[in-house]
Design a protein around this ligand. Structure first.
Ligand code: NAP
Length: 312
């Protein structure tokens, strides 16, 4: 039986692993087939304290992992496929293995959202993508379109200027949601242009993307824009499918935490983007991972060494 299983290996999960391992809990981290979370899909991280010159997202996650392993965290690159939190011990399964645990930290993060328009799924990997770092280099000297008005969209657009002959950002409003520094950089960039108040209604193409069907939401006017690539950067949804019916979720699927990092199930704690509807930063995820590990440690201490026994 495990004392603590951590599900997820982004900044939240791996910070929880560092703290839990240093508290001698020897946590088992189910890191997922693709460990490291969303920073594995990003380029330069400029706002993580301690790296004044910035650091590449994947390099940062390798450091997180090494630090957790150094103190005895066991990290397995497998996906948790189900949980049963109605029993004691708690059960976490990975398809072929069922693990029992006294406590669990859920740090499964969030995944990129898709538009849900015709052509999008068929042309995925053929011009349509949610990951500029993964696919940007395929579109050297091409026309690249980015959808979204947040920090992710600006970051993707700026990164894609390295490859594309031109980058067009399409946003459904007149103003950006992105932070001022990111918005200013994108608005000032010579290769980036903006189409406002517009939504993409269809991805058109044969073997590869050729054009996008657009609609201006103010005038209703429809048009077609020739494009070689469409990068969708419209936010993320929490990865909570396996916790449905087990943990209390809000209508958008985020895990509800009535107090700190506790969930509605005793012994199950939560950290990172999977319950953070507001901040969603690597540093805030790491902070909540620390809190979840400390809460789990307190919980295990009270469970394993009840006060009556300690006094006796
Ligand atoms: P976000 O801030 O939620 O922005 C999502 C954008 O996509 C919004 O502009 C939204 O439009 C648009 N959108 C949503 N659904 C859409 C749809 N169906 N069709 C068209 N447009 C749609 O998400 P994010 O940019 O991924 O950022 C998430 C968090 O991570 C934020 O807190 C952000 O600051 C942080 N982040 C920070 C950095 C950085 O600091 N370098 C980088 C990336 C992310 P509306 O504006 O109309 O809602």
């Amino acid at each position: 039986m495990e004392r603590l299983i951590i599900i997820g290996s982004g900044p939240a999960g791996l910070t929880a692993a560092v703290y839990a391992a240093r508290a001698n809990l020897a946590p088992l981290v189910l890191a997922g087939g693709m460990y490291g979370g969303q920073l594995m899909l990003t380029t330069e991280v400029e706002n993580f304290p301690g790296f004044p010159d910035g650091i590449m997202g994947p390099d940062l996650m390798i450091k997180f992992r090494e630090q957790a392993e150094r103190f005895g965290a066991r990290i397995e690159n497998v996906d948790a496929t189900g949980v049963d939190f109605s029993k004691r011990p708690l059960v976490v399964s990975t398809g072929d293995t069922e693990y029992e645990a006294k406590s669990v930290i859920v740090a499964t993060g969030a995944s990129a959202r898709w538009l849900g328009i015709p052509g999008e799924e068929r042309l995925r990997g053929r011009g349509v993508s949610t990951c500029a770092t993964c696919d940007g280099a395929f579109f050297r000297d091409r026309h690249i379109v980015v959808v979204g008005g947040g920090d992710s969209a600006m970051e993707e657009a700026l990164f894609l200027t390295r490859f594309g002959s031109k980058v067009t950002v399409i946003h459904r409003r007149e103003g950006l949601r992105a932070s001022k520094i990111m918005a200013d950089r994108a608005l000032a960039h010579q290769k980036i242009s903006f189409i406002w108040n517009t939504v993409v209604e269809e991805a058109i193409g044969g073997d590869t993307l050729q054009a996008l069907k657009l609609r201006n939401i103010e005038s209703g006017e429809e048009s077609e824009l020739a494009a070689d690539a469409l990068f969708i950067a419209i936010g993320h949804d929490p990865n909570t499918a396996i916790f449905r019916g087990q943990l209390d979720l809000d209508p958008a699927g985020y895990i509800l935490s009535p107090d700190g990092t506790a969930t509605n199930v005793e012994g199950v704690f939560v950290a990172g983007d999977v319950f953070d509807i507001r901040y969603k930063q690597a540093i805030t995820a790491a902070g909540s991972g620390c809190r979840a590990a400390m809460d789990a440690e307190k919980y295990l201490e009270a469970m394993e060494f009840p006060v009556e026994e300690a006094i006796a």
